[in-house]
Design a protein around this ligand. Structure first.
Ligand SMILES: [Zn+2]
Length: 255
C-alpha cells in the first residue's frame, strides 16, 4: 500500500512516466494533472471526447512524449506545455490507430517562429524530414493553427505528412492505412485537385493542388477544423477520409 502511494507520488511529481513497449502496443504511461490541464485549456478536440476516450488520449500523449526527442532551436528549451500540445496534435490525427505514434520520426524540432531553411533558401513554418527522422514546427504558427477553426492548422498539416511517410517506411508501423481506402482517397484527391486547378473549388485552399501530399495535408486540416462544412461540401471525400483515418470528427460536433 505504502509502495503504491510512493509510486503514485512519483508519477504525479514527474508527470510523465516511463514508456514501455509490449509487442506492438504502447502502454502504461500517464500525464500529470498539470499536463492534462494544458489539454483542457487549449485543446478543443480533447474536450469534446467522451470521458473514456479522454483517458486513452492522455495516455497516448504521454507515450508519444516519452518516445520523442524534443529539440529547441533558436530558443532555450521546449517547455512541457509545448511538448503536450504538439504531441496532442499527433495523437488527434492518429487517434483511430491505437498502436501508431509515427515511430520513425523520433525528433521534434521546435522553433519560436518561422525559420530560414538552407535547403531551399526560404522561410518555413514547418516541415517533415524523413532523413533526419524529424518533424519541424514553428511554435507561433502551431499555436495560431489551434486558435481559429479556419481550416488551417500547421500541427495537423505536418503530422499528416508524417503519417503518409510513416505508412510507407518499413518498420513496425508499416502500411497501417487501409489499402482500399487509400486507393479511394487517391481517386477523390485527383478529382478535387483538378477542380482546384480549374478554379471550380472553393472549400479547399489552392495550396492543396500542389501535389497529392499537400492535398492530403490540407484535407486533414479541414477534416478536424471544419468537419461539418467538409461533409456538406464534399460528402464522399469526407467519408473516404473518415474511413482512412478511422475516426469521425462530425460525431464529436454532435455530442
Ligand atoms: Zn505541406
Amino acid at each position: 500500500m505504502i509502495f503504491i502511494f510512493i509510486v503514485s507520488v512519483f508519477v504525479v511529481i514527474h508527470g510523465i512516466t516511463r514508456y514501455q513497449r509490449t509487442g506492438s502496443a504502447y502502454k502504461a504511461v500517464y500525464l500529470s494533472k498539470k499536463h492534462v490541464a494544458y489539454l483542457e485549456k487549449y485543446f478543443d478536440f480533447f474536450n469534446k471526447l467522451p470521458p473514456q476516450s479522454r483517458k486513452i488520449f492522455t495516455q497516448r500523449v504521454a507515450s508519444f512524449i516519452t518516445s520523442k526527442k524534443f529539440i529547441a532551436r533558436n530558443m532555450e528549451s521546449v517547455t512541457d506545455e509545448m511538448k503536450v500540445l504538439i504531441s496532442a496534435s499527433a495523437i488527434q490525427l492518429t487517434f483511430g490507430f491505437p498502436n501508431v505514434q509515427l515511430s520513425h520520426f523520433r525528433n521534434i524540432l521546435v522553433y519560436p517562429d518561422s525559420y530560414y531553411s538552407l535547403i531551399n533558401r526560404t522561410y518555413h513554418n514547418g516541415e517533415v524530414n524523413p532523413r533526419l527522422k524529424a518533424i519541424v514546427l514553428s511554435w507561433k504558427s502551431f499555436v495560431e493553427g489551434y486558435i481559429h477553426d479556419d481550416g488551417r492548422n500547421l500541427g495537423l498539416h505536418e503530422m499528416a505528412h508524417a503519417l503518409r511517410l510513416e505508412n510507407k517506411i518499413m518498420n513496425e508501423e508499416y502500411q497501417f492505412l487501409d489499402k482500399a481506402a487509400l486507393k479511394d482517397w487517391e481517386l477523390r484527391a485527383t478529382r478535387t485537385m483538378k477542380e482546384i486547378e480549374d478554379g471550380q473549388e472553393s472549400f479547399f485552399r489552392e495550396y492543396g493542388a500542389v501535389d497529392r501530399e499537400e492535398f492530403f495535408a490540407v484535407a486533414v486540416e479541414n477534416f478536424f477544423e471544419r468537419p461539418l462544412e467538409f461533409v456538406e461540401k464534399h460528402p464522399l471525400t469526407y467519408n473516404t477520409l473518415r474511413q482512412l483515418l478511422k475516426q469521425d470528427p462530425v460525431l464529436l460536433e454532435k455530442l
